[in-house]
Structures are given as C-alpha cells and as structure tokens.
Design a protein around this ligand. Structure first.
Ligand code: NDP
Length: 316
C-alpha cells in the first residue's frame, strides 16, 4: 500500500486544521529547518496560517498545493507558486459576516470610546469620580467611505445602511450592482467623507496608500478604521495625524508589522486597538479551518479545489 500523502504545517494553525488533517494525511508540523531531505521530498501540500515565502516553497520539490488559512493571502508568494505550477487556496466568504460585524463594532468603539468606558467602570472610577466623560464623537450624521467593496466591504456597507450614514466607496473598478457613491480616487473620497474604512487586500497596489495626504483630506473630524491590512497604511504618518489631530480618531485591527504595535500608537487616547481579531470567533474560525482542510482533500482526491486564489494556475 502507498504511504499517506505528507502535508507540512509551518508553525501555529487552528487546532481543528491539524485534527482533521491527521485523519487523512501524514502531518508534519514544525519548522522547515527541522526537516530532513526525505521528509521534504514526501511533502506534497502545505497548510499555512501566516507566511509561506519563496524559500519555504522551494524547500519542497514535490509540492503541489498550498492551502492558506484566511481570505487575505499576502503572506504567500503566489508568483513563486504559479511559476512552479503550485495551486494556492484561501478561505473567502465564510468569514464575511464576522469581519463585517467586527468592523461595525470597532467603528462604534472608536467613536463612542466604549472599551475605555468599560475600563473606567472596572477600575472603580464610576462610583468615585462620577459619570464617564462624554464622547466627543458620534456616528450620527457621518459620511462613510469604504476602501475596497468586495465580499467583506459589501457586507460592511449593508450593515451601515440602518445607521443612517451616507455610504460611498473606492475600488479600481466601479461595481454595477450597487447604488453607493463611487469615487474613482481614494484622495477624492477621503476629501468627501469624514469616516474612512479600509477593507482592501494587502497587495503592492495598496502598499501605504493611506498616507499623510489621505489623513489631511479626511480632516479634523475624520475617523479611520482599518480591518484590511496594516501594509496599506503609512503607520508613522497615522501616529502623527492622530497626535496632531489632523484626524480625530482611529480604530485598528491590523498593523504594519504584526504582532508589533508601535508604543506611540498605544499611548494615544484617540486610537481603539484590537489584536487582529476580526474573524476570530470559534464558529467562524472552524469554518475557515474546514475550508483549509477541504481544499487539500479535494486536490488529492480529484485535483479540484474549492477556493483557488485568482493568481493560481488552475481555475475551479
Ligand atoms: P475581495 O477580493 O472580495 O475584495 C477586495 C476589494 O478591494 C475589491 O472591491 C477590490 O476592487 C478592492 N481593491 C483591491 N485592490 C485595490 C486597490 N489597489 N485600490 C482600491 N481598491 C482595491 O476581498 P475580501 O472582501 O474577501 O477581503 C478583503 C481583505 O480584507 C482581505 O484581502 C484581507 O486582507 C482583509 N481581511 C482582514 C481580516 C481581519 O482579520 N482584519 C479578516 C478578513 C479579511 P478592485 O479590484 O475593483 O480594485
């Protein structure tokens, strides 16, 4: 009988991925450096949460498929994979609702300072010092611009409708299926709105596009929410904009060099900060884990994957 197909899992991943993979494959979990040549030769698939760069891909001569945990796959070198004919998959759609819900929560937390208000109560200050200070900002009457109106951006827009704000978006190509105001340029949108939500992917085309100019355009009543990727933001410019009140506040779930968060950002009282938790509920992470595993099972069963990324050499 044939030996089971070996799947390499670098570093940490959702435990459900490992549990399910182990029922079907020979799972090798650890660091690439710890593997011998025989193990490297046997690996035909990778399941990864985080980084899968060119060096990792080239460590495995018989690699066929990389199943990446998460919808954003900026940690995987898709160009290198495509060059070698290796399939890359991600986990779209199953997390849309969770991430959109978190974006709304982060928006409200940022505007109304609710995490700070809870800390105030927990620290016993309510009884001693009286009511928590009024929040200077409110969602009422705001004009929201969404950078990226894809699967998740659209769910955020739909959730914003009952909040009675105006809704616009910027993407490279206008959508024909929505009535929200389209802005052909990010700067134009930032100038027209007072609330900017980023839910675009982290790619070379979005690298540091949210910069000093954008914060200036957003203005002193401006609020910036980031649930997309930290690489899309000039983080030093953001710190300056918050400190000098070029914009009023920011709510961030993602950062430029995670898990490092600049001390300057943590020190600011007009920033609401989360440790990249937008999709991080047990039910949603379980659904993502299942998709990671089912893509691998599908590939080794009949060479079909459920959710290939657009850069990958095969289509569905
Ligand atoms: P989609 O691919 O469905 O949507 C991406 C959207 O971004 C599209 O509307 C696209 O439109 C737009 N876009 C891409 N490049 C640019 C650009 N250079 N300028 C302007 N708009 C651009 O992705 P999803 O909605 O599924 O996910 C979006 C991203 O959200 C993920 O890639 C991931 O990085 C992030 N994310 C973060 C999470 C978190 O935990 N904080 C959780 C889940 C996702 P067009 O191509 O027309 O420009």
């Amino acid at each position: 009988s044939e030996s089971p197909i070996a799947i390499f899992v670098p570093g940490r991943i959702n435990p459900r991925v490992l549990d399910r993979l182990k029922t079907v494959f020979d799972v090798i979990n650890g660091s690439v450096d710890a593997l011998d040549a025989d193990q490297k030769n046997r690996v035909r698939g990778i399941a990864v949460s985080g980084k899968c760069d060119a060096a990792m891909i080239d460590a495995f001569p018989n690699l066929e498929v990389i199943s990446s945990f998460g919808v954003g796959y900026d940690g995987t070198d898709t160009a290198k994979a495509a060059e070698r004919g290796i399939i890359v998959t991600n986990t779209p759609d199953v997390l849309n609702d969770e991430v959109a819900d978190t974006a709304i929560a982060l928006l409200l937390n940022t505007l109304r300072q609710l995490p700070r208000a809870e800390n105030y109560l927990r620290e016993g200050r309510w009884a001693k010092e009286g009511p928590f200070a009024l929040s200077p900002l409110s969602l009422k009457g705001r004009s929201v611009g969404i950078l990226g109106l894809g699967r998740i951006g659209l769910e955020i827009a739909r959730r914003l409708e009952p909040f009675k704000v105006t809704i616009g978006y910027h993407t490279r190509s206008q959508r024909s299926d929505v009535g929200y105001t389209y802005y052909p340029s990010l700067k134009e949108m930032a100038g027209a709105v007072d609330t900017l939500i980023n839910i675009a992917p982290g790619t070379p085309s979005t690298f540091k596009i949210i910069d000093t100019e954008i914060f200036k355009a957003l203005g002193p009543n401006g609020v910036f929410i980031n649930v997309g990727r930290g690489s899309s933001v000039d983080e030093e410019a953001l710190v300056v904009a918050l400190r000098e009140r070029t914009i009023a506040a920011a709510g961030l779930d993602v950062f430029f060099a995670e898990p490092q968060v600049p001390a300057e950002l943590i020190a600011l009282d007009n920033a609401s900060l989360l440790p990249h938790v937008a999709s991080a509920s047990v039910p949603t992470r379980n659904a993502m884990a299942d998709l990671v595993v089912d893509n691998l099972i599908g590939w080794f069963k009949d060479k079909t994957v459920l959710t290939p990324v657009p850069e990958t050499p095969v289509k569905k």
